[in-house]
Design a protein around this ligand. Structure first.
Ligand code: EPZ
Length: 418
């Protein structure tokens, strides 16, 4: 079993490159089967979720090959449209294979992707949206059976700006005759990236990044080669790490505009953050006062995927901070582990009240999910003494090698086999 071992207390200094965005790669890989043409994706970060998604594609008859960090996808012989439970329970985002399979085959069958560690992750918005496109849907024996042979475009209204549901509906609509309008869409940068990818293979999708997306059906596609955006959550994680540890770091590939909500909070605390020539530079004293209130919201609000990381930072800030987690009902599992390290966090429903303490102490802690693990790494970097983190596999789902990145920034962190 692998663990991370961290000697805390070091300021961070140095430069690190930001990997390609996990939450762009996953929908783009799903969408690659729509055209049946060759799809080349460059600068692929081989997160474990990405490798799982490539196994899902291969289970459908898709050929996925790697040449270094280039992924070559040939779905010309893809002939299956059913995804088994063994896959959907590992990678929840397999649910947005529905849209591409409906576009390609007019049919789809996906095992119901149950809950996960951060919440029960319903898919009612996906189902309701697809039904608005005249997809006949039956849910039985843990599977979702979709018949989209008579899909019709028109107006679709999302009750909530769900990222995955927006992506599913975009991909389900690309071949529907006429124009399909999707209202109350998610506005995340990864949605804009998916639009760019779909259009690079011949689709006609407009409006991503706003709350209304228009999809004009097409019936022919072309080969494409595409480089997805950089991972804004990894970039945001490292910005917060520098803010709380102190020091001066440079991130190559990040974009300030993708992390404005976090950057505004950090700048208000006196952290210096500048962007020039494709680099984001962060400089911090490390001794910060607390942010009184943080509310996680859909983009462009404060991202839920950086909530555990900013929470770790608040444990050693001066003063009290309140964090409301409005997206997922079980995204505070990190708090027990941080309290083991000397933090003073009280939980009430979806609210965490954090009283800043002067220091954290190293401890043996366990990651319960991807972003909880990232938050615990940040806490270990700033704690007195050494910290070990179990269940590191959670972190590997969304960070290529978090210990290598932080070593480049001068931290004392290594991965051990226990
Ligand atoms: C995407 O998940 C991301 N995953 C998540 O990142 C991210 O936390 C989330 O968007 C919010 O930004 C990928 O892109 C692969 P949602 P998704 O549908 O699409 C509710 C990470 O750490 N909802 O926008 O599943 C849902 O319960 C992961 O990288 C419904 O009620 O998120 C939640 O409260 C974690 N019904 C809210 O909407 C539905 O049918 C937002 O979920 C769908 C969602």
């Amino acid at each position: 079993m692998e663990i991370l071992y961290i000697e805390g207390g070091k300021k961070l200094n140095g430069e690190v490159g930001i990997a390609t965005a996990k939450n762009s790669l996953l929908p783009i890989m799903a969408g690659s089967i729509i055209s049946g043409k060759k799809v080349i994706i460059d600068k692929v970060a081989k997160f474990s979720d990405v490798m799982q998604m490539s196994k899902i594609l291969e289970s459908l008859g898709v050929i996925v090959e790697f040449e270094n960090d280039t992924m070559i996808i040939d779905s010309s012989d893809c002939n299956k449209y059913a995804i088994k439970e063994e896959y959907t329970k590992k990678v929840r985002s397999s649910i947005f294979m529905l849209g591409p399979m409906l576009s390609r085959f007019g049919k789809a069958r996906v095992a119901y992707p149950g809950g996960c560690n951060i919440g029960n992750r319903p898919i009612d918005l996906h189902i309701k949206g697809l039904k608005s496109l005249n997809v006949k849907i039956e849910e039985r024996h843990g599977y979702i059976y979709c018949d989209g042979r008579n899909m019709k475009g028109g107006e679709v209204h999302l009750d909530f700006p769900s990222v995955g549901a927006t992506e599913n509906l975009m991909m389900a609509s690309v071949k529907i005759k006429g124009v399909t309008t999707i209202h109350n869409c998610a506005r995340e940068p990864e949605i804009v990236d998916l639009q760019s990818f779909l259009n690079s293979m011949g689709a006609k999708v407009y409006g991503a990044g706003s709350s209304t997306i228009y999809v004009e059906g097409v019936d022919s596609f072309c080969d494409t080669e595409y480089t997805p955006m950089k991972d804004r959550i990894i970039a945001g994680t490292y910005m917060i790490a520098c803010a709380m540890c102190g020091g001066e770091i440079s991130l190559s590939g990040g974009k300030k505009e993708h992390n404005q909500a976090v950057i505004n909070k950090l700048i208000n605390l006196g952290v210096h953050i500048n962007e020039s020539k494709g680099y984001i530079e962060i400089k911090s004293s490390g001794r910060l006062k607390n942010i009184p209130l943080i509310e996680t919201q859909p983009y462009p609000g404060f991202p839920t995927d950086l909530q555990n990381q900013i929470l770790a930072m608040q444990t050693i800030g001066r003063g009290t901070s309140v964090i409301n987690e409005n997206l997922f009902e079980s995204r505070f599992k990190i708090c027990n582990e941080l309290n083991k390290m000397g933090a003073d966090i009280t939980l009430k429903d979806r609210m965490a009240i954090i009283k800043g303490v002067s220091r954290l102490y190293g401890a043996n802690v366990t990651a319960s999910d991807l972003r909880c693990g990232a938050g615990l790494v940040l806490a270990g970097l700033v704690a007195d003494g050494y910290t070990t983190i179990q269940d590191v596999y959670h972190i590997d789902r969304g960070y290529l090698s978090i210990e290598e990145d932080f070593c480049k920034l001068g931290a004392e962190i290594k991965r051990l086999n226990k």
